[in-house]
Write a protein that binds this ligand. Structure first.
Ligand SMILES: *Cc1c(COP(=O)(O)O)cnc(C)c1O
Length: 356
């Protein structure tokens, strides 16, 4: 049976990415060797990582003065690398979910943290508004898409201080005005590649202003100087990332991907909003994520949650169980998910509702 993959991460990848990765595991670029066994310094792999960096720049229209890095350690390592490199005295953070909480915890190791807005009081089901970013902060950090709670900030914020964003779960789902940012980072396993690589886009002149010593591997300048090859990069995830980036370009770039993502999300939110049985957990339509759609059963049907997951699985639907901190369901609609999968989910919801 055809599977419809709604996992939140690691998550669905394009067939183009999977097929080309499988081929390269057997024979990489006609070398007669597997991608798993070639030197990262081979000219074939250097060409891969260079093209991947170039395509990230092209797809996101990154201006001069920024460097694209492919690092290990996941997005979680960036929670400490960002303050290590740029927090002098005080940083401002927006607290919109578990990942933001984790980022704040790390920043506190390096200085004062001003939490300028928080939605913790309502289990992160909305995006805080009307907050003020202090002009004496070294930077402002926010999470663009809250993977667990299904909220998203799709407009690049105005900030009086350098802007930093964790875009792990919505990068490449919309055009971004990179010139507004100083650091953008994203773990690849949500919308790009298998786990193991993190994209970091860093504005070169934000670095070098802190007094503390920085361990070599945690200093962005180390990786910038060595063209993101200071040590062995995650070779296979970088190869897969390149395949996805090529596929994104072929799809027409991020503007086209966004159209497709918006259409998928509105199809699913419409079905939830018009349902007698299901209800969205994010009330404000403008706060709703187009990548991770969170919903639950209305209280009177709550005992049917597990039955719905089982019913959906008979239709090939995989990965819709909600995160334990929200419960219910979460359907992740990353770029590679076809509209057909959303249609199958919506039909399953309607059929299940009719049965009960
Ligand atoms: C998944 C996720 C992370 C954590 O990523 P790791 O690569 O597992 O460290 C951080 N931020 C966001 C927004 C995420 O979705």
């Amino acid at each position: 049976m055809k599977k419809h993959n709604f996992y939140a991460g690691p998550s669905i990848l394009s067939q183009y990415t999977i097929k080309n990765t499988a081929d390269a595991i057997i024979d990489f670029a006609g070398t007669g060797l597997s991608i798993l066994e070639v030197s990262h310094r081979s000219k074939e792999f250097v060409a891969v990582i260079e093209e991947a960096r170039k395509l990230v720049k092209e797809l996101l229209e990154i201006p001069q003065g920024y460097t694209v890095l492919f690092l290990g350690g996941g997005a979680s390592l960036q929670f400490c690398m960002v303050p290590f490199n740029i927090l002098k005295k005080k940083a401002a953070y927006l607290e919109t979910g578990t990942w933001a909480v984790n980022a704040i915890k790390e920043a506190k190791i390096f200085g004062e943290v001003d939490v300028v807005g928080s939605s913790k009081d309502e289990n992160f089901c909305y995006i805080p508004k009307g907050y003020t970013i202090p002009s004496d902060a070294d930077y402002f950090h926010y999470t663009s898409n809250n993977t667990i709670y299904g909220t998203e900030i799709r407009k690049d914020p105005d900030s009086p201080v350098p802007l930093v964003s964790d875009m792990s779960s919505d990068i490449f789902s919309r055009p971004v005005d990179v010139s507004k940012y100083d650091i953008i980072y994203a773990g690849a396993q949500k919308n790009l590649a298998p786990a193991g690589v993190t994209i970091v886009i860093v504005k070169d002149d934000i670095l070098g202003h802190v007094d503390r010593p920085i361990p070599t591997m945690l200093d962005y300048r180390t990786h910038i100087k060595k063209d993101t090859m200071f040590n062995t990069p995650p070779v296979l995830p970088v190869f897969s990332a390149l395949q996805t980036l090529r596929w994104y370009k072929e799809q027409g770039g991020v503007k086209e991907l966004e159209k497709h993502d918006l259409a998928k999300a509105s199809k699913l939110y419409d079905a939830i909003d018009s349902s007698r049985m299901f209800v969205g957990t994010v009330k404000n339509p403008e706060d709703r994520s187009i990548m991770n759609v969170c919903f639950v059963m209305k209280p009177e049907y709550a005992e049917l949650e597990k039955e719905f997951i089982d019913y959906a699985s008979t239709k090939g639907i995989v990965g819709i169980k909600g995160h334990r901190s929200v419960g219910g369901f979460r359907a992740s609609l990353y770029n590679a998910l076809p509209m057909e999968s959303v249609e199958v989910l919506v039909s399953a919801m309607k059929e299940f509702e009719a049965k009960h």
